[in-house]
Design a protein. Structure first.
Length: 273
């Protein structure tokens, strides 16, 4: 019964998102929509292409309640099914990304402060994903805004809703067309301290990059507590945010606490007697 309720809620989420006419861009107050991108690059016998799903949830709404992130790609979804059928599934990578509202030019020097960025990170690069980064000129905002613009333009040209799209290599609508998995960052002068991609069936940690108040070219990253997973579940592929588990007290500690309580109660009885 619980699984049926979850499936119903997921279906309603996708139904609501499907009525949107455009993917929300970083120019809005809530930031851009959170996008799921799945892609392959250089796989033998398969075309370079990407699949994009607009979750319909803005970055600010996600940060306010990450568990809002929930979407299911049904096996009966013709676009997703055709994408899988023409792909080398073993080589597919996925990422979830969004960006916050673009800050207006500084009246003092005309610089445009980079927006906040939300991104999954590749497993094993957690240590490299935290700290201070230099944003390469035209970095975070140019990438995400250009990607969303390309997706919306492709939808306008094809006369279809941009909630879902399959994007061929050679266009900016292709996920790797703007190298969306690197966010154009540097640390210690080295490009790409981490990437956003992970293999299907895995969970990924999530970072939020925020720019410095004193410089538009410096960003700081923080890891969110939970993780995002994108994996097959039965006939479906499910995207979900997994809340960080609260660590349980070790059994030894619980035992010592129990002994302490018994000793306290015994002392109280002797005193009362």
């Amino acid at each position: 019964m619980k699984l049926k309720l979850i499936a119903t809620a997921v279906a309603l989420t996708l139904s609501a998102a499907s009525h949107a006419t455009n993917i929300v861009s970083p120019a809005t107050a809530g930031g851009s929509d959170v996008l799921l991108s799945v892609w392959e690059q250089g796989a033998a016998g398969a075309p370079d292409q990407s699949f994009t799903l607009d979750t319909g949830i803005t970055m600010s709404a996600f940060l306010a309640n990450p568990t809002n992130l929930s979407a299911t790609l049904l096996s009966t979804d013709s676009l997703w099914s055709s994408f899988l059928a023409s792909s080398n599934v073993a080589s597919l990578q996925w990422a979830v990304e969004a960006s916050g509202k673009v800050v207006s030019p500084n009246p003092d020097d005309g610089t445009i402060k980079q927006p906040s960025i939300l991104s999954t990170i590749t497993a094993g690069t957690t240590a490299a994903a935290t700290g201070q980064f230099t944003v390469v000129v035209g970095g975070m905002n140019t990438q995400n805004q250009g990607y969303i613009n390309a997706l919306n333009q492709q939808a306008a040209n094809n006369g279809v809703n941009p909630q879902e799209s399959v994007n061929p290599v050679g266009t900016n609508a292709y996920f790797q067309g703007l190298q969306m998995d690197s966010w154009n960052l540097q640390t210690n002068g080295v490009n790409g301290p981490w990437t956003a991609s992970n293999a299907l069936g895995t969970s990924a940690q999530v970072i939020q990059l925020t720019n410095s108040k004193n410089s538009p070219d410096v960003a700081y990253s923080n890891l969110l507590a939970g993780t995002i997973s994108f994996a097959q579940s039965g006939a479906n592929y499910v995207l979900s945010y997994n809340v960080a588990a609260v660590p349980e007290a070790p059994a030894s500690m619980m035992g010592l606490a129990g002994l302490g309580l018994l000793a306290f109660m015994a002392a109280r009885r002797r005193k009362d007697a």
